[in-house]
Ligand binder design. Structure first.
Ligand code: G6P
Length: 608
């Protein structure tokens, strides 16, 4: 995904911009560029490939000056090339960097071309540069020009703008894409992620959607979406927030569980706008691929496999095309039958899991296209796939995957919507799904309030050696993930069953030593699940039920119930996951195991 850095200072900014770009490399990109204003002239350098190629070019051709913008581009409109790399200019006097997608760029481009503007790139961004120029020609100052331009743009974006006539000002705006202002002493900065600016400041101002900000070296002014002057608080970045540190948390796993509200925001940012999905977030070629797909084959390992299992329910229900899911270590070693118009969807937190990579390599020439959903840009899986969608969860240190899983689920829901749109999913349904996704950060925050009751519940498991997880429908894979978490970190043997399978075997194991954890569905299957639970109780089994807020399951002797807050049904798999993560965490703490590095397990399994 694209990254933006900008700076206004009394000292040369090229080095600051380059370092910022290096720190944004994790977002994934294919070209890099920079424009710096010096004595009335904007000098621009752009290179395809790594930031280092841009740094080498800067060595040859230094860019002096105290006002500049820089960018790493991840192609969405037009191939990776120097011409398509940012910054984009209108004439010699104005330069723009952009992260996000301008959905209506085609009609805007036609309009501008008719008025004589000549486009030198295939990007949507160049439209912004020329729109700004047209407003400036109409007599508006840069801020008014930016406001008028934003009013014409549909989509999600963050922008940085400089102009030769305003050599002491850096303009910025955001709507739906990340952008933070770094507050320095006598110098100020912008970036897509605060990590880019940590070498120069630890004070940050977060813009709200629709904000425009004007940065001078010693002053920052912000206007809100209505054009009113707005105050935005400056917060100091605590080094302990660094993702490689535990901060106040006892374990990385707990920290990562608690990060999930923020992670939900990160995975949605730049992917949805005005109640619908931005398909271009999947890359320039995605639309054509999604049109032709007739079935989906998902391949993954471990927790990622469980995310794939959830997606099967979503894809078959909302898209109406077949979806198969298989663990990579099986898939890679058998003669699989794949119709040509299959989309191969690989899921991996690390992007380096040996079996998943081998599965991709084994069949990539036999399918329509390959799509990787991954947390590590630039990983092998991403590099070798046709399309990719990053989960933006940030580094996950705990071996037991938590935030990586829930971010995969969100990415998979976005993928399902993108596919569905090409296969008859109605606009209203899409709006409904997107509206539900927008509630996720707040919802997960509410779910964290269950931590206390779940910690209490965990005491019942400390002395147990086995546990059974039950779920139905889309919550069956969630039960599987719950069982995996418990066995990974507490070493309690745990199995998950679709609740309807209970009497086909596992019921024989149920007695008072076998706690049964049920994730209770809200749909018509509740009564069936209740019958299964009766079967457990009748055999002396102790029940632990996670239920929706409106479900009539009451606590009684041997039945412990935790009700989740009200939430849209489509979010059930994400919402019910979080309490199960907390349960296994607290059980592991009680048992005194090594929570973050459980015995015999590795975070990234790069060998067979
Ligand atoms: C290992 C990890 C799991 C992970 C699995 C797949 O087993 O311990 O947490 O789910 O690998 O990893 P991936 O990076 O492909 O998602």
């Amino acid at each position: 995904m694209c990254g933006i850095v900008g700076a206004i200072a009394a000292r040369p900014v090229a080095g600051i911009l380059l370092e910022g770009l290096r720190r944004l490399e994790y977002r994934g990109y294919d070209s890099a560029g920079m424009a710096v204003l010096d004595q009335g002239t904007i000098n621009r350098l752009r290179r395809i490939g790594k930031v280092q190629a841009l740094a080498d070019a800067c060595e040859q051709q230094p860019l002096p000056g105290g006002l500049g913008i820089a960018h790493t581009r991840w192609a969405t409109h037009g191939k990776p090339s120097e011409q398509n790399a940012h910054p984009h200019m209108s004439g010699e006097g104005l330069a723009v960097v952009h992260n996000g997608i301008i959905e209506n760029f085609e009609p805007l481009k036609q309009e501008l071309q008719q008025q004589g503007y000549v486009f030198t790139s295939e990007t949507d961004t160049e439209v912004v540069a020329h729109l700004l120029d047209r407003e400036l020609q109409g007599g508006f100052d840069l801020r008014a020009a930016l406001r008028n331009t934003l009013a014409r743009l549909a989509g999600a974006f963050a922008l940085g703008v400089i102009h030769v006539d305003q050599p002491h000002q850096l303009l910025t705006a955001r709507k739906g894409s990340p952008l933070v202002i770094g507050v320095g002493i006598g110098e100020n900065f912008i970036a897509s992620d605060q990590l880019a600016l940590l070498p120069v400041t630890d004070r940050f101002m977060y813009l709200e959607d629709g904000d425009i900000a004007l940065l001078e070296a010693d002053h920052i002014q912000v206007w809100d979406a209505q054009g009113q002057v707005a105050e935005r608080a400056v917060t100091t970045f605590e080094r302990s927030q660094g993702s490689a540190e535990k901060g106040e948390f006892r374990h990385f796993m707990l920290k990562e569980i608690y990060e999930q509200p923020r992670v939900m925001q990160a995975v949605l940012e730049g992917r949805i706008a005005s109640g619908h999905l931005l398909e271009q977030a999947f890359g320039a070629a995605a639309g054509a691929v999604f049109d032709q797909v007739k079935q989906v084959q998902i391949v993954a390992c471990g927790t990622s496999f469980h995310a794939g299992m959830v997606a099967k329910y979503w894809i078959e229900e909302w898209v109406g095309i077949p979806c198969m899911v298989e663990v990579a270590s099986e898939f890679r070693y058998r003669p699989v039958v794949l119709p040509r118009d299959t989309l191969l969807l690989t899921l991996s937190q690390s992007g380096e899991t040996a079996d998943t990579l081998a599965a991709l390599r084994a069949v990539q020439d036999r399918v329509l296209a390959t799509l990787a959903i991954c947390n590590v840009p630039g990983s092998s899986l991403v590099r070798e796939s046709d399309l990719s969608l990053m989960t933006n969860a940030g580094p996950e240190i705990g071996v037991a995957s938590t935030k990586a899983f829930t971010s995969q689920l969100v990415a998979l829901m976005l993928t399902t919507i993108a596919l569905g749109r090409r296969h008859g999913l109605s606009g209203e349904r899409e709006t409904e799904l997107v509206a539900a996704l927008e509630q996720l950060p707040g919802l997960l925050q509410q779910l964290l309030a269950l931590d206390g009751p779940i910690e209490e519940m965990s005491a019942h498991f400390a002395e147990k050696h086995h546990a059974l997880f039950l779920g139905r429908n889309v919550l069956y894979p969630v039960a599987m993930e719950g069982a995996l978490k418990l066995k990974e970190i507490s070493y309690i043997h745990a199995e998950a069953y679709p609740a309807g399978e209970l009497k086909h075997g596992p019921l024989a194991l149920v007695d008072k030593e076998m706690p049964v954890i049920a994730v209770a569905p809200r749909n018509g299957m509740l009564d069936k699940l209740k019958a299964n639970l009766q079967e457990v109780r009748a055999r002396g089994g102790e029940l632990f039920v996670f239920a929706g807020c409106d479900q009539s399951i009451q606590a009684q002797e041997g039945v412990h119930v935790i009700h989740l807050p009200a939430l849209p049904a489509v979010l059930d798999p994400i919402a019910f996951t979080l309490p199960l993560q907390l349960l296994s965490y607290h059980v592991a703490v009680l048992k005194g195991t090594d929570v973050d590095q459980p015995r015999n397990l590795a975070k990234s399994v790069t060998v067979e």
